[in-house]
Design a protein. Structure first.
Length: 75
């Protein structure tokens, strides 16, 4: 996740891959958190979802938020 208004999107495929504009990564879940791996360190967040709104937190601090849209919007 980036700063509010950053205007990027990612597709989280069912096979655990992340597709972005010009890059790929992997996602997993472990111990109730969603983890992201873009080829360096793996970063994990607590995720809360309310309808289409998603918030990512680490140690109770909001680190990012976004909207969930069904399907691959990156293509």
């Amino acid at each position: 996740m980036s700063a509010p208004g950053s205007g990027f999107n990612e597709y989280y495929a069912p096979d655990g891959t992340i597709h972005g504009q010009g890059y790929k990564g992997n996602w997993t879940t472990q111990e109730g958190e969603m983890c992201f791996d873009y080829g360096e360190d793996i970063t994990c967040y607590q995720v809360s979802i309310d309808g289409p709104s998603m918030v990512l937190r680490q140690d109770g601090t909001i680190k990012g938020n976004g909207m969930l849209i069904e399907g691959n919007t990156v293509k």
